[in-house]
Design a protein around this ligand. Structure first.
Ligand code: GLU
Length: 287
C-alpha cells in the first residue's frame, strides 16, 4: 500500500513556523517513502476563511519547496459529499437537530447539577436529544435555526469497541463519549471539522495522518466515525506543537514569524527550516 499523507490547513491567516513544521513532517514522510503528499484546504468556516490566505499559503508552501501531488482539494467545493454522509448517519438515528442557542448551553452548564467536561470545555448536556419527535417536527417546520449533533451514546452502541494506532503512542482504545454529542453539521455550514476530515481522509485514501497532538481528542471521534461508516482507518502520527522559547505555540497572529514576513525580510527557505529545527529540537521526541 502506498503511503498517502496530507497537510490540511485552514486558511484563516498566513502560514507560520508551526504550520510549516507540520507541513514538512507530512511532506518528508511521503518523499522518504515514495508516497503521495496531498494538500487540502479546510475552509468550511466560511466566515473566517479567506481565499487570499489560501493563495498565500499555497505560494508559501511552494517557496519552501514542499511541493504537493495532484490537485488541492478545497472542502467548500464538496459540501454535497459531506451532506450525503450526514444523511447516512441520520438514517441510522445517529444525529439529531439541536435548537439550543449559545446562551441556552451556557445556562445549562452553570446549572447546579454537574456537567460533564470534555477536552474543549463542558460537554453539550443533551437537551435536544430528549425532544419528542412531535416537538422536533414542530420546530423544524417553524424554521427555527438549528445545528445537527452526533448521538454519541447510540453511536458507541452501534460501533462497539474500537481503537486507532498512533506511531508514537501505540494502539489507543477509542473513547466514543470523549467529545459528547458534538456538532456534526453547523448552523451556517452543512458539515463540521470532524465530519469533513473523516470523509476527506477516506475519499483521498489517506493512509497516515500527521498532525498536532492538540488534535488527539478529535482522533477518538474520527476513528469512531470511520468504524461506523466502514472506512479503512489511517494510521496517525500526532506530533508535538512547535513552541517558542517561552513554551508558547506559534500562531497566525505572530506576524513576524509568518513564512511571508520571513521571506520578505530576506530569509531563504533553508534558513526558515533552520529556525524550525532550532525550535523543534527542544521538543520531546515523542508526542
Ligand atoms: N484544519 C486543521 C487545522 O488547521 C487541521 C486538521 C487535521 O490535520 O486534521 O488545524
Amino acid at each position: 500500500m502506498t503511503l498517502v499523507t496530507r497537510f490540511a490547513p485552514s486558511p484563516t491567516g498566513e502560514l507560520h513556523l508551526g504550520s510549516a513544521y507540520s507541513a514538512r513532517i507530512a511532506w518528508r514522510r511521503a518523499r522518504e517513502e515514495g508516497g503521495t503528499f496531498l494538500v487540502r484546504i479546510e475552509d468550511i468556516d466560511i466566515r473566517r476563511c479567506r481565499r487570499e490566505y489560501e493563495t498565500a499559503m499555497l505560494a508559501d508552501l511552494q517557496w519552501l519547496g514542499l511541493a504537493w501531488d495532484g490537485e488541492v482539494r478545497r472542502q467548500s467545493d464538496h459540501f454535497a459529499d459531506y451532506g450525503r454522509v450526514l444523511d447516512q448517519l441520520d438514517a441510522r438515528g445517529l444525529v439529531y437537530p439541536c435548537f439550543c442557542t449559545r446562551a441556552d448551553i451556557a445556562a445549562s452548564a452553570s446549572a447546579p447539577h454537574p456537567v460533564a467536561m470534555g477536552p474543549d470545555g463542558p460537554l453539550y448536556p443533551g437537551t435536544c436529544r430528549h425532544l419528542s419527535g412531535e416537538e422536533r417536527r414542530r420546530r423544524l417546520s417553524a424554521g427555527i435555526e438549528h445545528c445537527m449533533r452526533f448521538h454519541a451514546e447510540r453511536a458507541a452502541e452501534q460501533a462497539g469497541p474500537y481503537s486507532f494506532f498512533d506511531e508514537g503512542l501505540g494502539r489507543i482504545d477509542g473513547q466514543p463519549l470523549l467529545m459528547g454529542d458534538f456538532v456534526i453539521a453547523r448552523k451556517d455550514t452543512p458539515t463540521s471539522y470532524h465530519l469533513s476530515v473523516t470523509v476527506d481522509d477516506h475519499l483521498q485514501d489517506v493512509t497516515l495522518v500527521t498532525r498536532g497532538i492538540d488534535l488527539l481528542p478529535s482522533t477518538h471521534v474520527h476513528a469512531l466515525l470511520q468504524k461506523l461508516l466502514g472506512y479503512a482507518a489511517p494510521q496517525y502520527a500526532h506530533h508535538p506543537l512547535l513552541t517558542d522559547a517561552s513554551g508558547r505555540r506559534f500562531a497566525k497572529r505572530d506576524r513576524d514569524l509568518t513564512i511571508r514576513s520571513l521571506r520578505e525580510s530576506g530569509r531563504t527557505p533553508d534558513e526558515v527550516f533552520e529556525m524550525i529545527d532550532g525550535w523543534s529540537c527542544a521538543l520531546p521526541a515523542k508526542a
